[in-house]
Design a protein around this ligand. Structure first.
Ligand code: FES
Length: 322
């Protein structure tokens, strides 16, 4: 196992409402676990005879706890196989190779006001954030949106938490005044107000567009995508792997990472949909056509990095530092 790799054992498996599996993971050797920050995730290696995938899951447990990590995994039959594999493989006592914790969704812990917005399974990083903000005695509110009360996971945890009064539940099947109303529920923009959003893409797009449209600074609207619909449209282009001395053509429908792998140049990939950042590669020449959700706007504009699992080229050739 490499540096930053853990072997974790499933200590507990709890079926939450809404087809969500809550897993309690401990070090297989019994050792204590590396500390993590609210917003961090684990990369789980899902491997058996039929599956060999890496998938990212946010930590939902209290960052102050060091003897176990908790994650929540939604069973999504429409996914590319990761969630189905977790639900199948994660039996009590089974072990996983895990990388992390890594944090691409950090809290601004000194914010005057923090507004956490979780849609469905997007509640998981918000739970860690709520526990951290409570421990810091900060001013926060957590809006938790689900389709219905009956499919709302982690309700017991939330309702018995010392910060339960900071949580507002919103159910899609209830009266309009009970649903999330961003005009009513978002505070006025201010430099000290930070918003955090995680959930299905439609939910995230709605919250982000509304918040930024009403004046919240982009830098204060923090987001974590679990998955994303990647725009795969566009024609072919050439990629030069400079250090390897290899040139490949990336045809329509193929990706840079796959075209290079076929020519023997390996770029590590995990999510394959532009959300985890594993495949970020330096660009030496040419202009990327970014299709990921990982790089910041500033990083996109600099044109010095590309997510090789999904992004394409805006110029006929890209020269990469691989
Ligand atoms: S592999 Fe996750 S962003 Fe490319």
């Amino acid at each position: 196992m490499g540096k930053n790799t853990l072997k974790l054992k499933v200590a507990d498996r709890i079926e939450e409402p809404g087809n969500i599996l809550r897993l309690r993971l401990v070090e297989a050797s019994g050792a204590s676990l590396p500390a993590f920050e609210a917003g961090a995730h684990l990369d789980l290696h899902l491997k058996d005879g039929t599956t060999d995938l890496w998938r990212q899951y946010s930590l939902c447990s209290d960052p102050a706890t060091s003897n176990a990590y908790e994650i929540g995994v939604l069973l999504d039959p429409k996914s590319r196989g990761g969630s189905i594999a977790v639900h199948r493989l994660a039996q009590v006592g089974s072990t996983f190779e895990v990388e992390g914790p890594r944090n691409h969704f950090p809290l601004e812990e000194k914010a005057e006001v923090s507004v956490l917005l979780g849609g469905g399974i997007g509640i998981t990083p918000m739970l860690a954030m709520a526990q951290r903000l409570h421990a810091l005695n900060r001013n926060f509110v957590l809006h938790y949106c689900t389709r219905s009360d009956s499919v709302t996971a982690f309700k017991d945890l939330i309702q018995t938490a010392p910060w339960a009064d900071k949580v507002v539940f919103h159910f899609d099947d209830q009266a309009a005044e009970q649903r999330l109303d961003l005009v009513r529920d978002l505070p006025k923009p201010s430099p000290g107000t930070h918003l955090y959003v995680c959930g299905p893409q439609g939910f995230m797009d709605w919250v982000i567009d509304t918040a930024e449209g009403s004046g919240h600074a982009k830098a204060n609207v923090h987001r974590e995508y679990f998955s994303a619909d990647v725009d795969q449209s566009g024609g072919g282009f050439e990629v030069v792997a400079k250090r390897s001395g290899v040139t490949v053509r990336v045809e329509a429908g193929n990706t840079i990472a796959k075209a290079l792998a076929a020519a023997g140049v390996k770029i590590e990939v995990k999510c394959e949909e532009g959300v985890c950042g594993t495949c970020v590669t330096d660009v030496l020449e040419g202009i990327p056509d970014h299709r990921d959700k990982f790089l910041t706007d500033e990083e996109r504009e600099e044109c010095t990095m590309i997510c090789a699992c999904c992004s394409r080229a805006a110029t006929s050739t890209l020269v990469l530092d691989v």
